[in-house]
Design a protein around this ligand. Structure first.
Ligand SMILES: Cc1cc2nc3c(=O)[nH]c(=O)nc-3n(C[C@H](O)[C@H](O)[C@H](O)COP(=O)(O)O)c2cc1C
Length: 138
């Protein structure tokens, strides 16, 4: 099993209906490709996504994602081989960070107060991983 985490920046700010439509497409494709994971969106254009599955499937999807014109500044933060999936039940979980009521993760308000969350994550890559772990328990 293989896991990959990247961050990216949406080219246009995305509204709720558009995001939900995209998610429905991703989930259908991920079910077929046995990909699971979690996509976080900060409401201001920054994505954090963890993809997991067989190495070939994850790498193939990541190549498609890198060419997707809906976002830019795609930046791989982490990849590793793992024994088992972290998000086995999630064909692609989705959370909007700006719509969460209470988030107890340390550093969260600092992150959400940033003018540009993407720059913050580039300088604090470990925070992206902490967020993914945090939302796994929600
Ligand atoms: C932020 C973001 C996350 C994405 N996540 C997935 C995903 O989890 N699964 C997926 O199949 N496509 C995902 N896509 C879409 C792919 O980039 C691509 O459009 C899709 O795999 C279809 O590729 P194709 O038209 O080249 O076959 C994502 C796109 C963006 C912008």
């Amino acid at each position: 099993m293989f896991q990959l985490v990247y961050i990216s920046k949406a080219k246009n700010r995305l509204g709720e209906p558009e995001l939900l439509k995209m998610m429905a497409n991703f989930r259908a494709r991920n079910t077929a490709n046995e990909i699971t994971g979690l996509l976080l969106y900060d409401g201001k254009g920054t994505f954090i996504q963890l993809l997991e599955g067989e190495v070939d499937a994850v790498q193939a999807l990541y190549s498609c994602i890198c060419q997707d014109p809906r976002h830019e500044r795609i930046n791989k933060l982490h990849e590793q081989t793992v024994e088992k999936r972290m998000f086995a039940q999630w064909q692609m979980g989705f959370k909007r960070l700006d719509k969460c009521d209470v988030i107890e993760q340390e550093g969260m308000s600092e992150f959400l107060n940033q003018e540009d969350g993407f720059d913050y994550l580039q300088h604090h890559p470990e925070f992206s991983i902490q967020l993914l772990h945090y939302f796994r328990q929600c």
